[in-house]
Design a protein around this ligand. Sequence first.
Ligand code: IDC
Length: 440
Amino acid sequence: MDNQENIIIKILKNITENKVSFISVIISSISLILAVIGIVVAVNSSNRTSELEEIQNSIFKEAENEKTATDDDTTISIEEKTTDETTTAERDTTDETTTEEKTTVNKTTSSETTARQEETTTKKNTSAQNTNAGGNSSVNTQPNGLIQKLHVDGTKLVNESGQTVVLNGVSTHGIVWFPQYINKEAFKTIRDSFGGNVIRIAMYSDPSAGYYEGLSDRVEEAVQYATELGMYVIIDWHILSDGNPNIYKSQAIKFFNKMSAKYKDYNNVLYEICNEPNGNITWANDVKPYAIDLIKTIRNNDPDGIILVGTTTWSQDVDIAADDPITGYSNIMYTCHFYAATHQDWNRQKLEYALGKGLPVFVSEFSICDASGNGWNDVYSANQWMELLDRYNVSFVGWNLSNKAESSAIISSSCGKTSGWTDAELTESGMWLVNQLRSH
Ligand code: IDC
């Protein structure tokens, strides 16, 4: 039993020992496995860590990249902004340029408009101030003041730029009777307050109407004032009671020879060689031959000054002159005179006929009263005349600069001033004329 017991015990011991060793083997194995697992886990974990780090790094990098990218973006957007601003600035500049261009264009347009307006209302560009820009060496030969040279083109007067010019202003009364109005301040008032650009100097040619040779001094004085003021001036050989201009033709030739020699370089002087031929005479036999002789006299000195030729029947027959004009000379115009209360449609038709035939006409004398220079003022007829003159850009000069107690005098008879007249000091016809001058 003991053996058995011993055997058993041994066996059990063995078993136990084996068990133990088995268990220890198992434990060892498990430990080993755990160790391996631990290692694997550790390795994995370390891998994971590095992966995480990589991920983190990459995220960081991405973040960094993004930051950089954002910074870059910011830079870009700043650059873009700068570019935008530049662009905006450029645009602004461009806009300004465009605006300038537009302005320039507008200016051009407005100057074109102005030019077009000047086509119809051209008197403003004839004044000394405005003609400075015209620039022409011939302008500078003017002793004082720079006045554009004019020439006749078709029925119109045109300046050096080819623009149509309308002269309008006032005629003196006979300078032998009303010499006090030949003064610079009076002409200045006509220019600045009334808006006129021409003054007509009426020198009656008949000795019984006061003519004497020395009267030309007064004419020269008047030309001097007009020139200094940049105004055009008409030297008017004022035949009236001496209806046939040939009666005093030799005096006329002497007078105009002197005037044209003196004023040949003046752009502002116009020669009116016979105010109003009238009586038992004809255009063809009397007035036209006289005119040709006077034109030759003037042209001998002054090759291109404007010459105004009177027509028969107190300068109403422009239609007759239109049918038989003077040929071979340039810068010749024909005068049409009217007194609105007397001369109506019949006379307007004669003027329209002449203009229609291409005759250059200048209304160097008119008033709104009757042909006596007195009587009632026919404003309706006067406006009809003015509508016709405007339609053809005809120049006009109103009779007369005096305070004589007659309707055609423009200054009230109660006013003794010789310049600086106010509107209240004008007569009805004077106010009507001044309104025309101001609006033309
Ligand atoms: C008038 C004057 C008047 C003068 C008369 C005679 O207004 O004071 O007594 O002359 O010398 C014209 C003439 C112009 C006339 C005017 C009015 O050119 O000299 O002036 N008139 O009759 N033609 C038609 C009318």
